[in-house]
Ligand binder design. Structure first.
Ligand code: PRP
Length: 182
């Protein structure tokens, strides 16, 4: 799918993101300081958020990565979640904290929760920087939430549109100039 004509407007500033990252880190420290959790950023979208978050976590933890994909080049979820890279760590009896950039349809997290629970972690908690205001067919319990956002297509701070914009330091909304490209 062609990206089509569009531009990006700032939705959440760098300063607001930084303040929120600090708040979330404080909450995680309060709950997991003595539990040596396994932090699992879900690639690729969460890599920027996770990098900032872990630098605020002055506590004992380990990190491992999972990579899944469902959007491809499109702005809509394909509905099929593909595992691109699995964990290398045995999570049995570990406190696992999943780091997501955005909760949209919830299909990614529904899939991951089912998949990871089979491996019997001591607990599984979810951090999502952005939670989109959409009706979901699945109930996803987000323990640490950054921002509620409207049902808009957003990019930046790790999030992409056809692999572009991941390096924007803020969260922006993609404004499409013609509906056909959506
Ligand atoms: C995005 C995002 C989340 C997921 C959320 O990933 O990073 O993982 O979509 O959407 P959902 O709630 O509708 O499942 P994407 O599949 O675009 O891959 P990427 O992180 O590699 O960009």
């Amino acid at each position: 799918m062609a990206a089509g004509k569009h531009h990006v407007e700032k939705l959440i500033s760098v300063e607001r993101i930084q303040a929120k990252v600090k708040e979330i880190a404080k909450d995680i420290k309060r709950d997991f300081a003595d539990k040596k959790p396994l932090i699992v950023p879900i690639l690729k979208g969460s890599f920027v958020f996770a990098a900032d978050l872990v630098r605020e976590l002055d506590m004992d933890f380990t990190v491992d990565f999972l990579s899944v994909m469902s959007y491809g080049q499109s702005t809509k979820s394909s509905g099929i979640v593909q595992m691109v890279k699995d964990l290398e760590t045995d999570i049995k009896d570990r406190h696992v904290i999943i780091i997501e950039d955005i909760l949209d349809s919830g299909l990614t997290l529904e899939y991951l929760e089912e998949y990871l629970m089979l491996r019997k972690p001591a607990s599984l908690s979810l951090v999502a920087l952005l939670v989109k205001d959409v009706e979901r067919t699945v109930d996803i319990p987000v323990k640490y939430k950054g921002f509620d956002i409207p049902d808009k297509f957003v990019v930046g701070y790790g999030l992409d549109f056809a692999q572009k914009y991941r390096g924007l330091p803020y969260i922006g909304e993609v404004i499409f100039h013609d509906e056909v490209s959506k």
